[in-house]
Design a protein around this ligand. Structure first.
Ligand code: SAH
Length: 473
């Protein structure tokens, strides 16, 4: 049977899609229902019908799933930043573990039994809320013209007023209220995307979880100082932990949040955070620490606690004894590279963003790490070039590519270099599965694999994989 727009159906949710939507079937017809949870029985209304499937809107939960929970954020359904808040955290972890497993089987072509044998249990968060160390809030006005800040409603540029996001740090609320208070008292306008006028565009906050240092950066539509800037500084610096207040100039009519120029108007240019190695059996802390200086423009992992676990696993998987030459491709500001350097003979990092490499070199210096060298460029160009010209060698290669995964030329050179081990850190298990297939065809096998939840309440999941070279191939 075929259905059409506005039809109302009752359906049991049997599965969850890659975007966190509930999936149910009526006869052979498949329904994708946002906000429905696996195990729910719901009524839904068809919004967009196709021959064999439709996208539908959740109308009513008739029988709630045993894993359904009350979402703590009242804007959960409008916002779209979180997709799984209505599901228990246990069920979220199971969903993520399954997502990785399914991709390895479907895209990677690996046998189910094999995947289950090499997979270690997913590493969850102790507290799956308030974990983000960074947030960016757009500033605007509501229908009555009141100044507001919060989040864009899913797939729109309408701002939902919310100073209390459940993923960010508690400090955000007071920071946002302080900035809004300053704007109201001094007649400071919010930027209007439609006209390109108005002053304040975004409020960026960052917190060093180990240092307690807070950074606030206002993205402004002017090159001049703000009117009554001293009053802003005076009220922001009363907030405990405030370390750096800056302005980022963005006068372009663009969706890109940050401009290139940052001007510190109070305190330091950077905040400090520390990443510590963890014992991978129980994730307790061990003494090795690496400090990072973070500026408003630096890339830095947003969930520092889970990042420590992820990197500690990558370090364990690398199996270093102190003798190895290690290449860390897609190294960002050198976070993994500097971890590796403590146990390797020499580490080489490659990263496409020049500013990130500058940060990586600075971070190596701050931590007095002399055995890490960094190169700017595309991994798929730097590695083949160095291999052809200098015949570079690697005992271990670590990769941590963006969602699109590794370029073929990069994988190809990795295979030619014949490292003993490859550690693949991935934020997208679909491209991971595709790349693992190529590496396995080229003489490697998966030894261990473990998912780490870096982003509770969302559908995203990180995975770390150890591959070993099969002798004789
Ligand atoms: N390992 C780092 C960064 C991982 S994010 C960390 O954990 O912090 C992926 C990084 O790959 C980004 O810094 C991005 O700028 C970089 N990148 C994207 N495409 C690249 C390419 N083709 N070659 C090298 N680096 C690339």
């Amino acid at each position: 049977m075929e259905y059409k727009k506005n039809d109302i159906l009752t359906v049991t949710i049997e599965d969850m899609g890659i975007g966190g939507e509930g999936i149910g079937r009526v006869g052979g017809y498949t329904l994708f229902i946002k906000d429905a949870v696996i195990g729910d029985v719901v009524t839904c209304k068809i919004m967009k019908a196709n021959k064999n499937y439709a996208y539908a809107k959740l109308e009513k939960v008739l029988t709630p799933s045993s894993v359904r929970v009350e979402p703590p954020c009242k804007y959960y359904r409008q916002c779209g930043g979180c997709q799984l808040q209505a599901m228990s955290y246990e069920a979220q972890l199971e969903y993520k573990q399954n997502k990785v497993r399914n991709n390895l089987i479907r895209i990677g072509g690996f046998e189910k039994e094999f995947v289950d044998r090499v997979t270690e249990s997913i590493v969850g968060m102790d507290v799956p809320y308030y974990y983000r160390n960074k947030a960016q809030f757009p500033v605007g006005t509501d229908k009555e013209g009141n100044l507001i800040t919060g989040f864009y409603a899913g797939r729109t540029h309408d701002i939902i007023a919310n100073t209390d996001c459940a993923l960010g740090v508690n400090d955000n609320r007071i920071i946002l209220e302080t900035v809004l208070g300053y704007m109201k008292e001094n007649g400071i306008t919010a930027y209007d995307e439609k006209t390109g006028e108005g002053l304040i565009r975004h409020i960026l906050t960052r917190k060093g979880f180990t240092s307690g240092e807070i950074m606030v950066c206002l993205v402004v539509n002017t090159k001049k100082p703000l009117p009554c800037q001293d009053k802003l500084i005076d009220s922001l610096t009363r907030i405990p932990g405030m370390t750096s207040v800056s302005l980022n100039v963005n006068t372009e009519r663009t969706n890109v949040i940050m401009g290139k120029e940052v001007r510190t108007i109070w305190g330091k240019d950077t905040i400090t955070d520390t990443i510590r190695v963890r014992n991978t059996s129980d994730f307790s802390l061990t003494d090795k620490e690496i400090s990072f200086q973070i500026s408003p423009l630096s890339f830095y992992q947003v969930n520092p606690i889970q990042t420590e676990k992820l990197y500690s696993l990558a370090l364990e998987y690398a199996g270093l004894t102190g003798q190895e030459t290690v290449w860390d491709l897609y190294c960002g500001i050198g976070t993994i590279s500097l971890f590796l350097a403590s146990k390797a003979r020499q580490v080489y990092g490659v990263e496409i963003v020049p500013q990130a490499i500058e940060d990586a070199r600075k971070n190596a210096e701050i931590n007095e790490i002399g055995n890490a060298e960094f190169f700017v460029g595309k991994a798929e160009e730097v590695l083949p070039e160095k291999y052809k010209k200098e015949g570079i060698h690697a005992d271990v290669i670590v990769v941590d590519p963006p969602r699109k995964g590794c370029d073929e030329a990069c994988l190809d050179t990795m295979l030619k270099m014949q490292p003993k081990r490859i550690v693949y850190v991935s934020c997208d298990s679909a491209t991971l599965a595709r790349d693992l297939k190529v590496l396995c065809a080229g003489g490697y096998e998966i030894t261990k694999l473990r998912a780490v939840d870096q982003f509770g309440q969302t559908v995203h999941v990180e995975t770390v994989v150890l591959m070993s070279r099969v002798e004789g191939k």
